[in-house]
Design a protein around this ligand. Structure first.
Ligand SMILES: [Zn+2]
Length: 97
């Protein structure tokens, strides 16, 4: 995880301090699982939103399958670590690096 060379958020397209982050979403379908991710340089507001949406998704849909269960455990921890890394953006001012 590094601070982005970009200062434009991939999601909201606003000029704000950004950080590279990736949030996984796991959907368990009993016999198989589907996963997707939101990845890119995100501002803190968008990272928090994507973290919350991904956590909500995983908590309700991520448990329904043997592989999905373990992938979901990993993704819940991984997403939390990614979001915690983005909290450093609280101390950055726009335009400063
Ligand atoms: Zn944003």
């Amino acid at each position: 995880m590094t601070n982005g060379p970009e200062s434009v958020c991939r999601w909201c397209r606003r000029a704000r301090p950004t950080r590279k982050a990736c949030f996984y979403r796991i959907t368990g379908l009993v016999l198989f699982s589907v996963y997707s991710s939101v990845e890119g340089f995100l501002c803190l507001r968008c990272a928090t939103r994507q973290f919350a949406l991904s956590t909500f998704h995983n908590l309700f849909l991520g448990w329904w399958g043997p592989w999905a269960f373990f992938l979901n455990l990993f993704s819940l921890v991984y997403n939390a670590v990614q979001w915690a890394g983005c909290l450093g953006l609280l101390f950055q001012r726009p335009g400063c690096r």
